[in-house]
Every structure is written in structure tokens, then in C-alpha cells.
Design a protein around this ligand. Structure first.
Ligand code: HAM
Length: 422
């Protein structure tokens, strides 16, 4: 019987993982530049954590969680990183150590969605959370950091959408205004939206169903009811984005699918590369009430997460150049041990080496060296051993030379370095 990876879950093999590593390294550099430290939290958490934070009426908690039970406790594979980070922040009493905390994370998340290009059941997010600053300057700084990061990777066509959900008072007022508009039109809404009317009418604003879209087109805008501090916060955000010269679009229909958001919301989409309909690269926002609702301090927070798979799709098939490497082809019994020690010596001086000790013919070994994309192939046979030399073949330059054994390491290193400059 042959096993396959589960639906919507992918193996990443060498060749592809190099692109991931490059991306992750760039993300880490950006985060460190902005004073963020890495947090690593468990993949498995109490199910109740997500119910209480991500939200009972969110699509994620309603139908996308991978749940399991162990020792009478209900657990879930994390569908997103924000609740686990908040739990860790509270558990570590982090706010007592410093007034503002900046954390970032990179890791797998799990949602039982219908897989398609850019949408998987195990996917990876790179994200961050900032605790203890009520904004709006840090809100704009975070969006600016993302735009710099994404454009630095070569993405040009970025669409930055922002909105504000206000605080709890604005939300309640808006909910009422929205219900007053939607209820008389409920028969024109999809069945799903009709159910949402009762538990979470705001989510109808981002429904993809054409019937709902037609109804909400003329719905009152949340921005019309933003008042006082909420309005000042949103205007402050827009001013700061303008100061940074970031092109953005105010989208009053942007509500996002998680229940914890307050005030600032943002999403970044790209129309570049191989992304299809799943073209939202980044989603984020402020969640000033979550820490308190999870039993922690009453502190504001904001964060985002970007989908690594989607970002790689947007970046297209640009191949990361492979580091130059050396292949050792020992022919015959005696040459095997010499090959083994030579490989060790080369690696000690930082050369990437593949030793093929399967004992094939020289012809098959050379074919393998070339298939691996090796820059140099070192041939060792009885004749070379008797003369105390190694045959060095530079495969790209089509040259070969016999080099004394005690000079091979230096010779190969120099040849690889010269080649790198070419
Ligand atoms: P989210 O919008 O649910 O937000 O996800 C953020 C990003 O993760 C999406 O924009 C997308 O790129 C990627 N993503 C989500 N689901 C999938 C999937 N099934 N397959 C592939 N990629 C996916 C959050 O998760 C929040 N925790 C963001 C946040 C942090 N808000 C505040 N702090």
C-alpha cells in the first residue's frame, strides 16, 4: 500500500525549500530591522482558545478547524497564529517586562478548506504581533514595513486596502444601522447571509455571493458612523500612510473574517504572477480587546499574517541560483576511501560536496555529476592514486587537470570562487 500526503497538504522538497529559505531569511531580516523578536508557540492549542478569540461566528471556527480530543481535553491544530501568541504573551506576563512588545513568527497553520491554487489545508504564515501601542502611527509603520518588504522582493502591483471597524460603541451603532438597512431586504439575500443577519451581520459585507453583493452595494458605510477617537484614529492612520508615501485605498466593505478586530483593518493583494482568485497576500488589523477577553491585561494590539505559499506564487518561478558544488567520482575499491577523506577535507573548508560511492562506471558517474549541476567533478581511479594526484574536471569550462592531492582543496576552492565571479 502506498501512502499519499493528505488532501491540501504538501511535501516541500529540496529545490523548492531553497526558495522558502530565501523568503524566510528576508522576512526575518525585515522583522529584526524593526525590532521584532521571534516567538515559537505550539501547533496544538486548546480548542476553546480559538472559539474565544478567533470567534464562534467566524468561518474558521464554524467549519475549518482540525479538532481532536486527548485525555478528555478538546484540542485544535492552530488555524492562525494570533491567539497562540496572545496566550503566550499573557502566560509569560510579558507586559510586566516591557511596555511595548514586538513578536514575529513563521510556521504552519491548518484550516480544513476546499483546496485550490493558493488555498491549502496546511499552509504557512509569516506574521507579527505588536502589543502595547494604541496607534495609529504604529499601524501605518506596520503597513509601510509590509510594503517595503514585498516591493523589495520584486512585487510591484500591490493593492493596499484599509478600513476601520471602530471600537465597540461604533460597532454596535453600525450594526444597528446595517440591520435597519438589511432586514427589509432579507429576502434578496443568500440563505447564508440570512443566517448571518442574526449572529454577525457585518460579515455579509464581504460575502462573495452576487445576490448579497447587489444588496450591500448601497448599504450604509461604517466610515459614516465613525466618531470621536475612532474617527481621529482612522484619520491619523491615513495621514501617516500619506507621510510615508504609501499608495492605499479606503475600502469600507473590508471586514475580514475574524471576530476580534477593532479599528484598523488592512489587506494587501497582488495581481502578479500565478495567483488566481486567492490573491490576498496579507491580512491584518488591530484587536484591542483580545488580551483582556483572554484573561490578560487591558492592552491594545495589532498584527498581520502573510501567506508564504501565496507570496511564492506571486513571485513566480524565479529560480534561486544553487550554490556551486563539487562532485567526487571514485572508480574502484581503493579510490573509495580516498574519496571519503577528500570529501571531508573539502567540506571542512566550506565546499559543498556530493560523494558518489555506489561504485558505478566513470561514464555513469560523470552523467550523474552533470545532472546534479555540479561545477567541478573530481575523478579518482587507480592511475591517479598511483601518481598521488586527483583529476579535476571543471564541467562548465570543459577543462581538466591533474592536481597533486595535497593541493586539491585549495585548487577546488579557488576554482569555485573564480567561477562565482564570472
Ligand atoms: P487571515 O486573513 O486569516 O489572517 O490570513 C492571513 C493570510 O494567510 C492570508 O492573507 C493568506 O495569504 C494566508 N492564508 C489564509 N488561509 C490560507 C489557506 N487556506 N491557504 C493558503 N494561505 C492562506 C490571520 O490569520 C490573522 N491571524 C492575521 C492577523 C495577525 N491579524 C492580527 N494579527
Amino acid at each position: 500500500m502506498q501512502f499519499r500526503a493528505l488532501k491540501g497538504m504538501n511535501d516541500l522538497l529540496p529545490g523548492e525549500t531553497e526558495r522558502w529559505q530565501r523568503l524566510e531569511a528576508a522576512f526575518r531580516r525585515t522583522m529584526e530591522l524593526h525590532g521584532y523578536g521571534e516567538v515559537r508557540t505550539p501547533v496544538l492549542e486548546p480548542l476553546e482558545l480559538f472559539v474565544r478569540s478567533t470567534g464562534e461566528t467566524s468561518e474558521i471556527v464554524e467549519k475549518q478547524m482540525f479538532e481532536l480530543e486527548r485525555g478528555g481535553e478538546r484540542l485544535a491544530l492552530r488555524p492562525e497564529g494570533t491567539p497562540g501568541a496572545a496566550r503566550a504573551f499573557i502566560g509569560a506576563n510579558q507586559h510586566a517586562r516591557e511596555p511595548v512588545t514586538r513578536w514575529y513568527y513563521i510556521g504552519p497553520m491548518f484550516r480544513a478548506e476546499q483546496p485550490q491554487r493558493g488555498r491549502y489545508r496546511q499552509f504557512h504564515q509569516a506574521g507579527c504581533e505588536l502589543y502595547g501601542d494604541a496607534g495609529p502611527i504604529v499601524d501605518a509603520e506596520m503597513i509601510g514595513m509590509l510594503v517595503e518588504f514585498l516591493s523589495g522582493l520584486g512585487l510591484e502591483k500591490l493593492d493596499v486596502a484599509v478600513n476601520s471597524l471602530g471600537g465597540p460603541t461604533t460597532r454596535t451603532r453600525y450594526r444597528e444601522a446595517l440591520l435597519a438597512y438589511l432586514e427589509p431586504r432579507s429576502s434578496q439575500l443568500s440563505e447564508h447571509a440570512q443566517r448571518r443577519l442574526r449572529d454577525n451581520p457585518l460579515r455579509i459585507l464581504d460575502s462573495k455571493d452576487p445576490r448579497d453583493r447587489a444588496v450591500v452595494a448601497d448599504a450604509p458605510s461604517i466610515l459614516d458612523v465613525l466618531e470621536g477617537d475612532d474617527r481621529a484614529h482612522f484619520e491619523g492612520l491615513c495621514r501617516a500612510l500619506e507621510a510615508l508615501g504609501i499608495p492605499y485605498r479606503v475600502d469600507p466593505g473590508l471586514v475580514r473574517g475574524l471576530d476580534y478586530y477593532t479599528r484598523t483593518l488592512f489587506e494587501i493583494q497582488s495581481t502578479q504572477g500565478e495567483l488566481g482568485s486567492q490573491n490576498t497576500l496579507v491580512g491584518g488589523g488591530r484587536y484591542d480587546g483580545m488580551l483582556k477577553s483572554l484573561g490578560g491585561p487591558d492592552l491594545p494590539a495589532i498584527g498581520f499574517a502573510l501567506g508564504i505559499e501565496r507570496l511564492l506564487l506571486a513571485l513566480g518561478d524565479t529560480q534561486v541560483p544553487r550554490p556551486r558544488r563539487c562532485f567526487i567520482a571514485p572508480v574502484g575499491e581503493r579510490a573509495m576511501l580516498e574519496g571519503l577523506t577528500l570529501a571531508r577535507d573539502l567540506r571542512r573548508s566550506g565546499v559543498i560536496v556530493e560523494l558518489d560511492a555506489r561504485g558505478g562506471s566513470l561514464k555513469s558517474l560523470l552523467r550523474r555529476a552533470s545532472n546534479l549541476g555540479s561545477t567541478i567533478c573530481l575523478v579518482l581511479g587507480d592511475a591517479e592514486l598511483d601518481r598521488g594526484v586527483v583529476q579535476v574536471k571543471e564541467l562548465e569550462r570543459h577543462t581538466q587537470a591533474d592536481v597533486p592531492r595535497d593541493q586539491v582543496v585549495e585548487h577546488v576552492r579557488a576554482a569555485l570562487e573564480n567561477g562565482a565571479e564570472r
